[in-house]
Design a protein. Sequence first.
Length: 224
Amino acid sequence: MAISIRLSRGGSKKRPYYRIVVADARSPRDGKFIEKIGNYNPLLAKDSDQRVQLDTERARHWLSVGAQPTDRVARFLDTAGVRERAAKNNPNKGKPGEKATERAEERAEKATAAAAAAEEAKNASAPEPVEEVTAEAPAEDSNEETEAVVAAEVEAATEEPTPEAEAVAEATAEETPAAEPAAEEAPAAEEAPAAETNTATPDSDAGDAAAAPEGESAQAPAEG
């Protein structure tokens, strides 16, 4: 028969009280036991002497006959100096369970979605920067374009005329009336000084007649 040194619960709801008992490992937790060797009251302070009460002599006896203590009773025995407890390392002790992990993942996904929505709203509300377009054109480019246009015009003018172009030019020349020579207008321009001389002669005669009585130098008309 396997013998175990373990805790047996007593007390009322939310006010537990445990007995340290030696019992068969196959019996229920709160079932019958072989011997009671101590008490454990978790409601008391940790530094209280009444928190754990243990009969160390009976505990050594049962350990000597092969009884196996549970982890909690082994801590009590280690504190009392009856049996040293080997240190245990449980790396998964602080790891959350499956449900807690799922809840944490859901919270992380919601936080990520909320951050993305806030970023999109911020980008949508912010006005887009307007790029300034400078209409300045380099002077060198404009000069080159002008020179290219002039060169094209000169090249087109110096090209040899085609027979069709010559025929069109001759037909245009026949339809256009000949211009009157400009030499016919020359006599009209030459007549203007003669008119000026005729108009000046009476004025000179009148001057002489007016000056004659004053100086009495005018000749008397010849008698008949």
